[in-house]
Design a binder for this molecule. Structure first.
Ligand code: ZN
Length: 240
């Protein structure tokens, strides 16, 4: 199971109580760390295709939740310099708005035209729901609107296949995973390590990466992740 990194915003900010922002300098250092370890950053769709073909060795998934405008400005140039791609999970009803669901500072979200720029640069666009609500416990109609409805909107806007979903707040249950499957997604990203019984293509584990993650901390996180994967390795049957 390859490593998948989870980012949100990439910018210089003074107030970040939820630790969701990485400075452009730190982000560049983290991408250089991947390069030094002979790892290639790719979109999760690319990673999933490679996993199915048994060719995922040396690949690391890179993801950005929420679709902050700063990803286009500060992260995309660094990714392109390294020949990397990434998946940006966009909230379909909030394009051009801001992260008003958070109690922290408000940051601008990508407009549809900026989403198009990222896609044109080779980045994968995935869904992060329609309104960024918690999906665990949501009823059937609400799940269909958040999961399936957002996929339809993204498809209309980008004219591309929308293969991936990321659960807002990492909140999910069996009904949410079923809604993701019913909507036609190939994979979905969880936050951090899901419970063993939930693990699979509809609950891919990710590692949070933040401003404090220096090269030595990146190395430590990679080792911890290897331990987690080794522990889950006995349950290969869940990777369907
Ligand atoms: Zn989010």
């Amino acid at each position: 199971m390859p490593l998948i990194l989870m980012y949100h915003a990439v910018d210089r900010v003074s107030h970040d109580p939820n630790m969701l922002c990485v400075s452009p300098e730190r982000f560049a250092a983290q991408m250089s760390w991947l390069r030094r370890h002979k790892l290639r950053g790719v979109a999760v769709g690319t990673l999933v295709t490679a996993m199915r073909a048994g060719r995922a060795r040396g690949l690391v998934g890179i993801t950005f939740d929420d679709g902050y405008a700063s990803v286009l400005e500060h992260a995309a140039p660094v990714l392109l310099r390294h020949g990397f791609t990434a998946t940006v999970f966009v909230i379909s009803d909030k394009a051009g708005g801001n992260n008003d669901w958070d109690d922290g500072t408000l940051w601008p979200l990508l407009t549809w035209s900026q989403v198009g720029e990222l896609a044109a640069a080779g980045m994968e666009i995935g869904s992060h729901s329609a309104t960024h609500m918690r999906l665990a416990g949501a009823d059937h109609g609400r799940l269909a609107a958040e999961v399936g409805g957002s996929r339809d909107s993204l498809h209309k806007q980008t004219e591309a296949e929308v293969r991936g979903f990321a659960y807002p707040f990492g909140s999910m249950d069996a009904a949410a995973r079923q809604a993701v499957r019913d909507a036609g997604y190939e994979y979905a990203c969880a936050v951090e390590a899901p419970r063993l019984t939930d693990l699979g293509m509809l609950a891919l584990p990710r590692i949070y990466v933040g401003e404090r993650d220096t090269s030595s901390r990146m190395t430590a996180k990679r080792l911890l992740y290897r331990g987690y994967v080794a522990m889950q390795g006995r349950r290969r049957d869940s990777w369907q």
